[in-house]
Design a protein around this ligand. Structure first.
Ligand SMILES: NC(=O)c1ccc[n+]([C@@H]2O[C@H](COP(=O)([O-])OP(=O)(O)OC[C@H]3O[C@@H](n4cnc5c(N)ncnc54)[C@H](O)[C@@H]3O)[C@@H](O)[C@H]2O)c1
Ligand SMILES: [Zn+2]
Ligand SMILES: [Zn+2]
Length: 400
């Protein structure tokens, strides 16, 4: 039997590269499946969503093999796989989706009804998402492969652009979904909360969609420097000036047409003192303040049902002090949830292949080895302006 190694969550603040089982065509329930493929992983990215687990802010069990952002090469295909063969290079949407249920048929693959016995929606290497084994590893199994996988048209071209294409498994579609659901279009003014990879991907997507002005906010100065370097306006929420005033300095008015929450439940408060503490409803409340009447708010930032480290009893069960009355008074629309990656990944692949978007540069892709993953997790947690991409077999170009 072949060997495999992967990144394993061992406890709060700690991940390790360990020997793990070589993947088999078997579901988490132990059923043998022929609709899956085994992939040799080409690239697999560390995500802010992984950090919530690694910080001990979810109910993720020790021993979980991490990794939901996967690009790979087909090594073996089950008997029922019809459109893929050994050697194909594919992007794996982080959602595990069956392609058969009502919601998959309606393109809502983030909440597939057949891949997770405990709730709607599945993902690889993630707590409460169905037990599918993560792909921050040398090899991984992908079920319902014909439905889930996006095959790149040309192998050499895919390898040449892999630093960008690796962002198709999650952050680029997620940022794009955030911008689309915030109603961004030609001429929009946009505020994106969070200058992490998802926020930057949302900002780049807003630009792709024709936004007039894109403003990115964070409490992390290094990330704001990076955001400016790649062409966005910025606001610094660790300063005492309210968000609306900082936006008015740029736009002349304290409001934007569209807003995106690319932060989630681990949000910091605003202002010099506030930014030292966690304040989970801050982003949602501030977006209601700065979004114009009848505007839309895209919320890719993650909110959880259970958070052992929540700031108070209510937050420990995902109940936050949200000023819904304000959003109601302004007729706001809110869009939450896991991104249905498949809705967008083909179009965004074309945008990458035809140089319409330089996502690797925007998010600061840095390629690391599998053994460097624990260091990558630590640096990402410390807030460096980078997106770490693990290269488990040493096949990727190290620099752009
Ligand atoms: N919906 C989805 O399908 C989906 C997919 C991927 C990621 N996510 C979520 O998106 C969020 C962002 O992901 P990421 O990888 O960029 O994470 P990240 O942790 O790297 O980035 C979050 C950024 O928000 C900043 N921040 C904290 N408080 C803030 C505030 N009040 N205002 C503005 N910025 C603030 C942090 O300093 C950090 O730079 C996470 O919650 C992640 O779980 C959701
Ligand atoms: Zn992710
Ligand atoms: Zn389904």
């Amino acid at each position: 039997m072949s060997s495999n190694r992967g990144v394993v969550y061992v406890g709060p603040g700690k991940v390790e590269v360990q020997g793990i089982a070589f993947p088999e065509l078997v579901s988490p329930a132990g059923k043998s499946i022929e609709h899956g493929v085994i992939l040799k992983v080409l690239s697999t990215n560390i995500c802010g969503s992984d950090q919530h687990m690694v910080r001990g802010r979810t109910t993720a069990p020790a021993g979980l093999v991490l990794g939901h952002e996967i690009t790979g090469e087909v090594l073996e295909a089950g008997r029922d796989v019809e459109t893929l063969k050994k050697g194909d290079i594919v992007s794996v949407p982080f959602n595990v989706a069956c392609g058969r249920c009502r919601l998959c048929k309606e393109q809502q693959t983030g909440v597939c009804l057949n891949v997770n016995p405990s709730r709607a929606g599945g993902a690889y290497g993630y707590v409460d998402m169905g037990g599918w084994i993560g792909g921050q590893a040398e090899y991984v199994m992908v079920p319902y492969a014909d439905f889930n996988l996006l095959k790149f048209p040309d192998r050499d071209q895919a390898l040449a652009k892999i630093r960008d294409l690796t962002c198709l498994s999650d952050i680029l579609p997620t940022g794009y979904h955030g911008a689309v659901t915030a109603g961004v279009g030609p001429g929009s003014t946009v505020y994106v909360a969070g200058a992490g990879p998802v926020g930057l991907a949302a900002a780049a997507s807003a630009r792709l969609l024709g936004a007039a002005v894109v403003i990115v906010g964070d409490v992390n100065p290094a990330r704001l420097v990076h955001a400016r370097k790649v062409g966005f306006e910025t606001v610094d929420l660790s300063k005492d000036a309210p968000l609306g005033d900082q936006i008015a300095q740029i736009l002349g008015v304290p409001e934007v047409d569209s807003a995106v929450d690319a932060v989630g439940f681990e949000a910091r408060g605003h202002g010099h003192e506030g930014a030292r503490h966690e304040a989970p409803a801050t982003v949602l409340n501030s977006l209601m303040e700065v979004t114009r009447a009848a505007g839309k708010i895209g919320i890719p930032g993650l909110y959880v049902t259970d958070d052992p480290g929540g700031v108070d009893k209510a937050a420990q069960h995902g109940s936050l002090s949200i000023r819904l009355g304000l959003g109601w008074a302004k007729s706001h629309s809110f869009f939450t949830g896991q991104t249905p990656v498949m809705k967008y990944n083909r179009a965004l692949m074309q945008a990458i292949l035809w140089d319409r978007i330089k996502i690797a540069e925007v998010v600061g892709v840095e390629v690391i080895t599998l053994d460097e993953a624990p260091k990558g997790y630590a640096e990402f947690d410390a807030g460096v302006p980078k997106k770490f991409v693990i290269d488990p077999h040493g096949q990727l170009p190290k620099a752009a």
